[in-house]
Design a protein around this ligand. Structure first.
Ligand code: SF4
Ligand code: SF4
Length: 282
């Protein structure tokens, strides 16, 4: 097996093992109510796109090219976002709301107490700084910005409607990630071809090891639950995800770095599956 393939799979196997440290004690199963609570937050209709996008989100690297900050017509901010950003800027919440936000253009329950960043039509977000480059409040930016682009509401709606993972042709981060995944998938195919030609046993084939890791290993279901939970953390914020983790009996929320080696391979597998079965079954 090619060294790069071997290393990736080895790291993923190690990551799966390491995750056991935060799982409930042996015998204590995550409560079914957690899955129910998650379904209430994001309908299961969005699976596998929600979890798949959470995996893509985890392993993508925003190039901070500024396109999002310059092109988005509106940027929503929740009450928690406002509190966090106001604290970061060292101003009162009231001052922040007055100077930097406007009432949300949409009304109703779905919007709640969210507001919008005050920005002029056709101009970038006021927090965008081309000299940085990117966001001047990167560490405390609004939840919608942290969830962009794979976990943005619009993207999830599109995925669900088209039964397809979205691509973002003008986003350098997406282009780069797709290339990395395509290279990896190509390595898998080459390995399979070589082994088949050589009539070698297919035991130990990377694709089989991956299928085992994500489908039949005893920890596969828990990994999927953790990935969905991580997606919720990115989408709704830590305050929403933490009580779910507590309900699951987890010792803490998983860190991004703990899930990344698995997330890359999981995303690669899903995209490969999508290529062979255009409408992914749930
Ligand atoms: S277009 Fe892509 S790389 Fe550029 S700011 Fe948006 S997410 Fe980041
Ligand atoms: S808050 Fe930051 S990341 Fe969000 S749109 Fe504005 S500059 Fe971009």
């Amino acid at each position: 097996m090619k060294e790069e393939l071997q290393q990736r799979i080895h790291k993923a196997q190690e990551a799966m093992q390491s995750l056991q440290a935060i799982l409930p004690s042996p015998g204590q199963k995550p409560q079914e109510t957690v899955a129910e609570a998650m379904n209430e937050l994001i309908s299961q209709d969005y699976e596998p796109y929600f979890s798949g996008n959470a995996a893509l989100h985890l392993v993508s690297r925003c190039r901070r090219c500024g396109r999002c900050c310059q092109k988005e017509l509106t940027v929503a901010v929740s009450f928690q976002d406002c509190k966090r950003i106001a604290k970061h800027k060292g101003i009162s919440l009231k001052r922040f709301m007055k100077d930097y936000t406007l009432p949300h253009e949409l009304k109703g329950e779905a919007v709640g107490n969210a507001r919008m960043i005050r920005k002029e039509t056709g101009k970038p977000c006021p927090f965008y700084d081309s000299t940085l480059p990117g966001c001047s409040i990167q560490s405390v930016k609004p939840q919608v910005c942290s969830a962009a682009l794979y976990l943005s509401k619009m993207n999830l709606l599109l995925c669900e409607e088209n039964r397809k993972f979205s691509t973002f042709s003008n986003c350098p981060a997406d282009v780069e990630l797709r290339e990395r995944i395509a290279n990896f998938s190509q390595m898998l195919k080459e390995e399979q071809k070589q082994k088949t030609t050589a009539k070698e046993t297919l035991d130990g084939l990377a694709a089989n090891l991956l299928a085992e890791l994500f489908q039949s290993s005893p920890h596969a279901n828990l990994f999927r639950l953790l990935l969905r939970l991580k997606g919720m953390e990115k989408y709704f914020g830590r305050d929403t995800a933490l009580p779910l983790a507590q309900k699951m009996g987890l010792k803490r929320l998983p860190e991004d770095e703990e899930l990344k080696p698995l997330a890359f391979l999981f995303a690669a597998m899903l995209l490969e599956k999508e290529a062979s079965e255009p409408a992914l079954a749930q």
